[in-house]
Design a protein around this ligand. Structure first.
Ligand code: FBP
Length: 395
């Protein structure tokens, strides 16, 4: 927790809120909320981006409540909905049932929403409730031209003059929900490319969403775990805020996160060992025996929930990886690579910097290695670390 002195520049407290944009002046208690941090110039971002973040924050609080609700178990069961899942997804990857209710409720009716979502399958429309929560927040913000979601086949055009493009994975790791394992939401934010304004809607929606990661204006993830944590960057460091459930505010708890240049943890689905290329096997065998450049025996940690594995890696160092073509460049790899770079680490596909890879299709998948700069460098030095054999794993 940051001391009050390092937070001294912030003296206006914005009251807790169910909606957004409803600020009230409170006392100087030494805590900085996300909205204060943004609004008081802590991140030096435009008013438009502050408004957008207010709406994203609200959407994530609603998802946090949904994930923690007694009705969340149906989130984890597969159903055969059309679309979504990112073009050719396996059953494992398809949206889950709480995903498939598209009724909108006001904040006051939110508890009703959860209950209805849990059982009213007559209301199914093929849309995801998490998607809908985010989409309705983005619409209400008035700041977003297009949203591209991992759960949709194509980007959704929202409003012509919205200054931003939002790419999102609304709830990564949702198949873990039955076991109360952490899950997370991922966002990337780009400026709308005004030079595309006159193109047909579908075309400009797609091209705006396929921007290179180097053009990200901001990125964030929200981890739904023992605490709900929102970690974000606007291009000047990575900062994490923890949800204070008593007030509904995200409080700055981890300013200027610096990932250690070395960690002692590798995070990977070890069961795939026999499908790995020689280089990756050698790397893992070496570091777990303490025979790498960093002469410590590494430990394995794998939650199998990307945001949770990434968050731990950001704080403790090491490497979080998925060496097969599974994770998505647009929705997962780019935003998380932006964040890890802002914390002093690296995001790689095993050969190239993730942010420099130009996306060519919305649901493009690739190997992903995120972590401490020296650990990633050592891993890449083994040459062949990308798993090209990618059978349809069942679990
Ligand atoms: O089966 P693997 O290769 O271990 O993949 C697990 C990874 O897939 C994810 O579940 C994401 O997959 P989806 O995007 O298809 O939901 C991550 O949360 C996790 O890190």
């Amino acid at each position: 927790m940051t001391s009050s002195s390092s937070l001294g520049g912030f003296s206006i407290r914005v009251g807790s809120r169910m909606g957004v944009g409803v600020g009230s002046v409170g006392c100087d208690d030494g805590f900085v909320t996300l909205m204060e941090y943004l609004g008081k110039g802590g991140a030096n971002v435009s008013d438009d981006l502050v408004v957008l973040f207010g709406h994203l924050e609200y959407a994530c609080k609603r998802i946090a409540a949904l994930v923690a609700s007694p009705f969340n178990s149906s989130l984890s069961k597969n159903v055969g909905v059309a679309g979504g899942g990112g073009g050719g997804a396996s059953d494992r990857d398809k949206p889950k049932p709480l995903d498939i209710v598209s009724v909108r409720f006001t904040a006051a009716l939110y508890s009703v929403q959860i209950a209805v979502a849990a059982w009213d399958h007559d209301l199914l429309s093929g849309a995801s409730i998490k998607n809908e929560i985010i989409l309705s927040s983005l619409r209400n913000s008035g700041k977003v031209a297009v949203m591209a979601s991992e759960e949709d086949d194509s980007p959704v055009w929202i409003t012509d003059n919205g200054p931003f493009v939002v790419v999102t994975d609304p709830l990564d790791g949702s198949r873990n929900i039955d076991a109360s394992i952490p899950t997370g939401t991922i966002f990337g934010i780009y400026n709308r490319l005004v030079e595309l304004d006159r193109r047909p809607v579908e075309e400009k929606a797609m091209l705006n969403s396929l921007q290179s990661g180097t053009r990200l204006v901001a990125a964030a993830y929200v981890l739904y775990s023992s605490a709900t944590i929102l970690c974000t960057s606007f291009g000047a460091g990575a900062h994490a805020f923890t949800l204070d459930r008593s007030t509904g505010d995200f409080i700055l708890t981890h300013p200027s996160i610096k990932i250690p240049s070395r960690g002692q943890i590798y995070s990977v689905n070890d069961a795939r060992y026999f499908d790995w290329p020689k280089g990756l096997r050698q790397y893992i065998d070496t570091v777990r025996q303490g025979k790498g450049k960093y002469p410590k025996k590494y430990s394995a940690r794998y939650i199998c929930s990307l945001v949770a594995d990434f968050h731990r890696t950001l704080l403790y160092g090491g490497v979080a990886m998925n060496p097969r073509d599974h994770l998505r460049l647009v929705y997962e790899a780019n935003p998380l690579s932006f964040l890890v770079e802002q914390a002093g680490g690296r995001g790689s596909d095993g050969k190239n910097r993730i942010l420099s890879i130009q996306p060519v299709k919305m649901h493009q998948r690739l190997p992903l290695f995120l972590g401490s700069s020296e650990d990633i460098e050592e891993l890449e030095s083994y040459g062949n670390v990308q798993q090209k054999v990618n059978p349809g794993y069942e679990v």
